[in-house]
Design a protein around this ligand. Structure first.
Ligand SMILES: Nc1ncnc2c1ncn2[C@@H]1O[C@H](COP(=O)(O)OP(=O)(O)OP(=O)(O)O)[C@@H](O)[C@H]1O
Length: 291
């Protein structure tokens, strides 16, 4: 892709099929420089599969994935394969995937606030420190695009807010684009520019629309948290049945659904509104319309 604009990666009607089953299909999304795009959705909804297409690890079986020529990518995977019985310092972990100068290593660790842990054993890190180490490794080679698969896992709620804050600052400092993944609502409340809700296909998308202002919310999480949080509303025009089939607005049932199946409005102009924040302002689990 030689887009003169700042588009880093673009998926167009992209899908992955394995063993005769579509894991995800009909995905349209683009990440531009300086933008944070968040994928949300329940377990198994195709978030990591979509990330693999964006990264180029998996080639779409239908549709297209385009990346800017010579795109530098930093990746925080959902799981890492490390033999925890072997001693491994944070510094050494930073260099496992390739050479890195001492200066770049220090800068990346300082950038995520763990320069004091350079010689610490990876296996001794707390959940939050581990996520910072993974982030440091991902930013060390100054990527254009950061792909973060559940970057706040193992971190408590207040720690999550601090990490989202850090991710936003990294975006500002590096000027990179970020594709972030979560099945957790909280991530939607970070400073996300665009939210794409997956459930085997793109259910809906939009910008987080407003700052949570409720007094209960501010009281619970503090004024700084309230300032960083937003409400995301979305609409479904179909219901996902427990057996994986989909009941559409007209009552018909099909095995799956995707944008080109003739059942979807592009603007999802009707259906149920799903508020991802509870009435009292506390974060809520997204309702995905499962019956
Ligand atoms: N290599 C594979 N072969 C066959 N099926 C796969 C493969 N990888 C993933 N899947 C299936 O594809 C679906 C989507 O998986 P994916 O990991 O993308 O979901 P996810 O939204 O990231 O889920 P989670 O929130 O649980 O991490 C799941 O049903 C999963 O079992």
């Amino acid at each position: 892709m030689t887009d003169a604009s700042s588009t880093l990666v673009r998926l167009s009607n992209a899908g992955i099929s394995r063993d005769g089953r579509w894991l995800v299909r009909g995905v349209d999304l683009a990440v531009t420089r300086g933008e944070i795009v968040t994928l949300i959705g329940p377990n198994g909804s195709g978030k990591s599969t979509t990330a693999r297409m964006a990264l180029g690890i998996w080639r779409p079986d239908e549709g297209h994935a385009e990346r800017l020529a010579d795109l530098r990518v930093g990746y925080v995977p959902q799981k890492i394969a490390v033999d925890w019985s072997l001693p491994l310092t944070v510094e050494r972990f930073m260099r496992l995937t390739g050479p890195l100068s001492a200066a770049d290593c220090c800068e990346a660790l300082a950038g995520t606030g763990i320069d004091h842990l350079a010689r610490a054993e990876l296996r001794h890190l707390s959940g939050g420190e581990m996520q910072r180490a993974l982030l440091a490794r991902a930013i060390a080679r100054k990527p254009d695009l950061l792909v973060l698969d559940e970057p706040v896992q193992g971190v408590d709620f207040n720690g999550e807010i601090v990490l989202y804050d850090l991710i936003t600052r990294l975006r500002d400092r590096l000027g990179c684009g970020i594709l972030m993944i979560s099945h957790d609502l909280h991530v939607v409340m970070a400073a996300t520019d665009q939210v794409v809700c997956l459930n085997g296909h793109v259910c809906c998308r939009g910008t987080p629309v407003s700052v949570a202002q409720s007094p209960a919310y501010r009281q619970l999480f503090g004024p700084r948290a309230a300032g960083a949080l937003a409400v995301y509303e979305h609409q479904h025009d179909h219901v996902h049945l427990p057996d994986g089939r989909v009941r559409h607005a007209d009552g018909s049932v099909t095995d799956s659904c995707h944008p080109g199946d003739g059942y979807h409005d592009h603007d999802h102009g009707h259906g149920h509104v799903h508020r991802l924040v509870q009435a009292d302002g506390r974060p809520a689990r997204p309702e995905t319309g499962h019956a």
